[in-house]
Design a protein around this ligand. Structure first.
Ligand code: BGC
Length: 337
């Protein structure tokens, strides 16, 4: 499938004449080198208080540093949208006023993609969208605002793949997730922000992987935890109180919520791998440890290094006036013991 391919350098066609040129960079700057060009880079993150996006933004910053030379410097400004679209629109307006040479944007709401793309394009600034994919009308990767604008692209991972991997992790267990042997997998689902395609696809495709494998499923509860650890804990705790031993699998759309779920599972005296299964997505360091020592059944690597490096590489190509592809995909990786 096209989206599952990691399309990095190989997909980038160098075409200097294409319409991705940025505004003129600052010469000199505070770099200590009088001959250095300094490019101003604006990075808008939907919310700093997000485990995964914290790793991602830190990596953007440090990777830009590694690309600096005596001749080229990157002045990177990273702002916190505080999960508030109005706040993020102000930040984008400020980036435009400040004359950023390129903008990397993790939208608070993908429903505002068009309005944001329009103003950044009108200002002549290349735009690299990350992590939250605006969806095309037919539900695939063909988003008009990206297809129509050669200076706008999206860097991300296909959430269908992560959902499928979660389901497969359960389907591949010796009992296929049916701990009590009643012929069905009884699960609860803890979802991220429902507007986010990652949440929608992970919810859908994790279960589809089970039914595609010919297994029977039963949903005992499906709640929105908004990607947050505390919500993951609260939802799991309530569900365990209500359904008790009937819950065989806890699916979490991300690892932050799985960390919360793991705490609730422990507090209720249940044991992952013995009387319940737990899967997340992201492969945060602490969750990789938990998979190793059995406290989580599995997770899926959401490659923040591959994604942030691709986003930065693409931004640099835009700064150099090179032609951009519409989409750059980075693969997920299944993580089990
Ligand atoms: C990650 C989540 C994160 C979300 C932010 C997802 O891809 O898996 O952990 O909260 O992105 O948009």
């Amino acid at each position: 499938m096209k989206k599952f391919k990691t399309l990095l350098a190989s997909a980038l066609i160098i075409a200097m004449a294409a319409g991705c040129s940025s505004s003129a960079p600052t010469t000199g700057g505070d770099t200590g080198s009088t001959d250095a060009k300094t490019y101003n880079v604006g990075v808008a993150i939907y919310q700093f208080d997000d485990n995964f996006m914290t790793l991602y933004r830190n990596e953007i910053e440090s990777y830009f540093k590694t690309l600096e030379t005596d001749e080229v410097k990157y002045n990177v400004t990273i702002v916190d949208g505080k999960n508030d679209m109005a706040e993020q629109q102000n930040q984008i307006d400020n980036f435009i006023t400040q004359g950023m040479d390129v903008i990397i944007l993790n939208l608070v709401q993908t429903s505002s993609a068009d309005a944001t793309i329009d103003k950044v394009v009108a200002a002549g600034i290349p735009l690299v969208l990350i992590n939250r994919e605006p969806l095309g009308e037919n539900g695939d990767e063909s988003y008009k605002g990206i297809l129509d604008n050669p200076t706008v692209c999206y860097v991300g991972a296909d959430a269908r793949q992560s959902g499928t991997f979660q389901g497969e992790i359960i389907a591949e267990l010796p009992d296929h997730g049916d701990l009590n042997g009643d012929g069905k997998i009884s699960y609860i689902m803890i979802e991220g922000d429902p507007e986010n395609i990652d949440a929608q696809y992970r919810t859908e495709f994790s279960i589809k992987a089970l039914t595609d494998a010919g297994l029977t499923v039963e949903c005992l509860d499906d709640q929105v935890g908004n990607w947050a650890q505390a919500k993951g804990e609260e939802i799991t705790s309530n569900a365990l109180s209500q359904h008790g031993d009937a819950i065989e699998v806890v699916f979490c759309n991300n690892d932050a919520m799985a960390l919360g779920a793991a705490a609730a599972i422990k507090a209720k005296g249940r044991t992952v791998g013995k009387d319940i299964y737990l899967v997340g997505v992201d492969a945060l360091d602490e969750c990789q440890e938990m998979v190793k020592n059995g406290e989580m059944t599995g997770t899926v690597l959401n490659d923040h290094i591959g994604q942030s490096h691709t986003a930065v590489d693409v931004a640099v190509k835009a700064l150099n006036g090179e032609k951009l592809d519409n989409y750059y995909w980075v693969d997920y990786v299944k993580v089990t013991k």
